[in-house]
Write a protein that binds this ligand. Structure first.
Ligand SMILES: C[S@@+](CC[C@H](N)C(=O)[O-])C[C@H]1O[C@@H](n2cnc3c(N)ncnc32)[C@H](O)[C@@H]1O
Length: 262
């Protein structure tokens, strides 16, 4: 009995952390307490080094989930445990601690932007927003080709703003008509886009599902949202069309028209 007590109270012992991550074909990389792991599979078992009995330890568990080759979802949790514990952390779903989501920059071809503007029926009375604006091609063409009166772009990547958007807007001579804001789509509030009458998007389904409810509340009735390829969560589009690009590829475009508020 005595040796057992001595062992259980005094000898350092491992803890086991089971991390559940989204299933394949999603690619997920797991970092535990700042250390990248090479663990694979939907249940990843991490054994800590021997730790002091009786003390509570906290580790930060981070995953980067890549549901496709253009989206990264960053999810973080904290797990607490003691020596000898086996704990399970479910990282398969978003929790109180909100996900961060980023999609990579892939520009929409000029002719497809024009098809989007036609679908949105952009006119000189419109204020056009692009959340995730990249080089601002959507805003530049909405103003140059369709006469929109103002463009507002939101972009998370400072380098893209400086190296792509600003030179492109300058070349088009539209510095006085386009405002580019640095920020995260996930932080957009209703007041941030209350003056938008048209929203053009190319942001992936994951960001779209988060932005959709904000737009539904923020935009005035009659405002139009057009998305290149991707959807806006549960908000069903009024119209979906397929257009042929000059590059010979087929593009899917969705249109939502904000209804009268009930
Ligand atoms: C697919 S590109 C589309 C660019 C442009 N709208 C177009 O169609 O040509 C998506 C853009 O959104 C930006 N972006 C990605 N995640 C974002 C986020 N969470 N908040 C704001 N911008 C984001 C990327 O840096 C990229 O420039």
């Amino acid at each position: 009995m005595i040796p057992f007590l001595a062992y259980s109270q005094g000898t350092p012992k491992e803890a086991t952390i089971n991390v559940l991550v989204p299933e394949s074909p999603t690619r997920t990389t797991l970092t535990i307490d700042g250390q990248a792991t090479k663990l694979t599979g939907s249940k990843r078992v991490f054994v800590t080094p021997p730790i002091e009995p009786g003390k509570t330890y906290a580790y930060k568990i981070s995953v980067v989930i890549e549901p496709n080759n253009y989206t990264k979802i960053f999810r973080t949790r904290e797990v607490t445990f003691k020596a000898g514990d086996e704990v399970t952390v479910d990282m398969t779903k978003e929790d109180k601690e909100k996900d961060k989501i980023e999609v990579r920059w892939v520009p929409t071809p000029d002719d497809i932007v024009d098809e989007m503007c036609k679908l949105a029926k952009v006119t000189k009375d419109d204020v056009v927003y692009d959340f995730g604006c990249g080089d601002c091609v959507m805003l530049v063409r909405a103003i140059k080709q369709f006469g929109a009166k103002k463009g507002v772009g939101l972009e998370i990547d400072e380098k893209i703003i400086k190296e792509k958007a600003e030179p492109y807007i300058k070349k088009a001579g539209l510095q006085d008509k386009i405002e580019v804001r640095k920020g995260d789509i996930l932080d957009v509030k209703e007041k941030d886009c209350a003056d938008a009458t048209v929203v053009l998007l190319y942001i992936g389904d994951d960001l779209g599902a988060r932005l959709g409810p904000v737009l539904q509340k923020a935009l005035k009735p009659g405002s139009r949202v057009v998305s290149h390829r991707f959807t806006l969560g549960d908000w069903k589009p009024n119209k979906t069309i397929k257009v042929m690009g000059v590059d010979g590829d087929e593009y899917t475009l969705h249109l939502w028209i904000v209804p009268e508020k009930k």
